[in-house]
Design a protein around this ligand. Structure first.
Ligand code: 13P
Ligand code: SF4
Length: 324
């Protein structure tokens, strides 16, 4: 939980290294309005690590990777949760808080992985591989979660697969996450052809070029990257794990093979670390702005609802994951 600041003016010092002074006036009025609206409406903002620094460091109450956002969603006491992230994250928060209002500031903040698979596809996989447990990445719709046995995130995928004690597991829909998990276990993993449009663009050649251009650079990669990228990296882990790695190891120079805002957000707390920044933007994460967060709080939009036909089964898959 981040400490609750009372005004934008007291916040600029924190983000001055990643937000140029010329940009700050464009943010400060919305920040002040959002801080006031949160108090008035007893609302809380959960923000993913890919949110831009003015959201992540200036208005969010809880920040983290998909796993910690889900874990923290259970503990929320506020009446309203604004999810500064993408739609599947807001659905997960709603599944875990059925009686609260969960708002997503832009309904079109989707995810290429969530779009890569439907509930019908999962049913077909179950028919094709009878008795094989289905692990579904949280980057999916509630309808897809409802067809699966358990969910996972990039932070717990290996632990979830191991927890099933099965010789074969179906892992959907991220082919690369599944293949990266498969390198760490004897469990046979059957997967799907879904990819993250941000991480699939990194290549092993990118890493080799970076190492030549920046000798000694530490390379961290998200496990949604292709396996050959993960193989060339020094460490692979969820967005929270990458952030923790920088905090613990304090490499002199680091590159994060992931979404662009990660480096900005981590750099705020590590002025001693030199961040090399080839990165890819997630257009879905970038749909969330201070302007639409403010509008969400002012007009109660867009309230997330879950189809009652899938709600209980989807919740079960998420809760089973949280119990691992
Ligand atoms: P994390 O769970 O590692 O934060 O990843 C979520 C995501 O969407 C990565 O692209
Ligand atoms: Fe989806 Fe990739 Fe964007 Fe994450 S970064 S929300 S996996 S498209």
């Amino acid at each position: 939980m981040q400490t609750a600041p009372s005004s934008a003016a007291s916040l600029y010092d924190r983000v001055r290294r990643v937000i140029p002074p010329v940009e700050w006036p464009a943010f400060s009025e919305d920040i002040d309005a959002i801080l006031a609206l949160k108090r008035e409406r007893n609302a809380i903002i959960l923000a993913h690590n890919y949110q831009t620094p003015e959201i992540f460091h200036c208005v969010a109450d809880i920040v983290g990777d998909s796993l910690s956002l889900a874990r923290n969603a259970i503990k929320v006491e506020a009446d309203i949760i604004v999810l500064a992230g993408v739609h599947f994250m807001a659905e997960t928060a709603k599944l875990l808080n059925p009686d609260k209002t969960v708002l997503i500031p832009d309904l079109d903040a989707g995810c290429s992985l969530a779009d890569s698979i439907s509930a019908g596809d999962v049913r077909l996989m179950r028919q094709r591989y009878p008795g094989v447990p289905i692990v579904t990445y949280v980057n999916t719709s509630a309808a897809v979660k409802a067809e699966s046995d358990i969910c996972c995130t990039s932070g717990n995928a290996l632990a979830v697969v191991r927890s099933l004690g099965a010789p074969r597991v179906i892992m959907l829909p991220d082919e690369y996450l599944a293949k990266n998990v498969a390198t760490q276990t004897d469990v046979e993993i059957i997967t799907w052809k879904g990819h993250c449009e941000v991480h699939e663009r990194f290549t092993a050649a990118d890493i080799r070029e970076l190492r030549e251009a920046h000798p000694g650079v530490t390379v961290l990669a998200h496990p949604e990257c292709p396996p050959e990228v993960v193989a060339e990296a020094d460490f692979a882990g969820s967005t929270a794990a990458m952030s923790d790695y920088v905090g613990q190891h304090r490499p002199a120079r680091v590159v994060l093979m992931t979404e662009c805002s990660m480096s900005d957000n981590v750099a705020v707390d590590h002025p001693e670390v030199d961040f090399i920044r080839p990165c890819n933007l997630c257009p879905h994460m970038k749909r969330i702005t201070l302007v639409n967060i403010r509008a969400a709080l002012e007009h109660n939009r867009h309230a997330v609802s879950i189809n009652p036909k899938v709600e209980a089964r989807a919740r079960h898959a998420v809760e089973r994951m949280l119990a691992v």
